[in-house]
Write a protein that binds this ligand. Sequence first.
Ligand code: FUM
Length: 286
Amino acid sequence: MVASGTFGYAREMAGLVDLCRLGGILPKTITREPRRGNPPPRTIETTGGMLNSIGLDNDGIEAFIEHQLPYLASLGTAILVSIAGRNRAEFVEMAARLDGLAGVAALELNLSCPNVSGGVDFGTDPAMCESVVARVRRACGLPVLAKLTPNVTHLCAVAKAAEAGGADVVSLINTCLGLAVDWRRRRPILGNVMGGLSGPAIKPIALGAVYRAGQAVNVPLVGIGGIASVDDVMEFIVAGATAVQIGTANFYNPTASIQILDALPAALAELGAACVADVVGTIDTG
Ligand code: FUM
């Protein structure tokens, strides 16, 4: 799959990527109301990654349903809609609105955006996480993925809470909170001061999160964080991920996902595996 926020609404990539080959597309997170996002600059390249402080810039759920979903639904791949609410009621309302709409295969609850006030509360407090997931679960029949933040001390407690709330899948990780500084001006580079770090720089953090969550929960895990090659994908699968999302790599190599798909059968064959499922969580830590 391709990760939310890194693939636009897919139109931008249509000339570059054979979209129907993807396992799924996660469009940019939508909110109930339109959001203008944070002040610029909103992205900065860093060593081995990038820092963003977009602030969930989007046109709101109704504009998404009217202008983006019909196109996305026509692409021949699963569309997993990423949603973020300011409170539980907004999550529930959006889930109910999307339930049953043609083309929506699943919901990914963005419980982890570091760039909006309140955005990570649901992903840092296990009780809030369980409660919002449970309410969404009751409000819709769609598969529910809970996307978690690495910016916590007790990641496994939050993953367990998501599972207890009824999440079908746990996605991890979202970005790591960080800062870029222009020392000559003694100023932060991003308009919102802090941002979320993504890209290869965070891959070991993401792998560690997948490995640890895999010890804590029984639901499938989606690995996200710095994946740019088939080797990265295999590392995540061995560590415990059932599926992965390609994120920041889409910005500098839009065809990364297709190159990975092409290379995956040979990588699986190296392990004598016939399919991804044969490899999931097979890491030997003994
Ligand atoms: O600021 C943003 O829109 C980022 C969203 C996220 O990391 O979930």
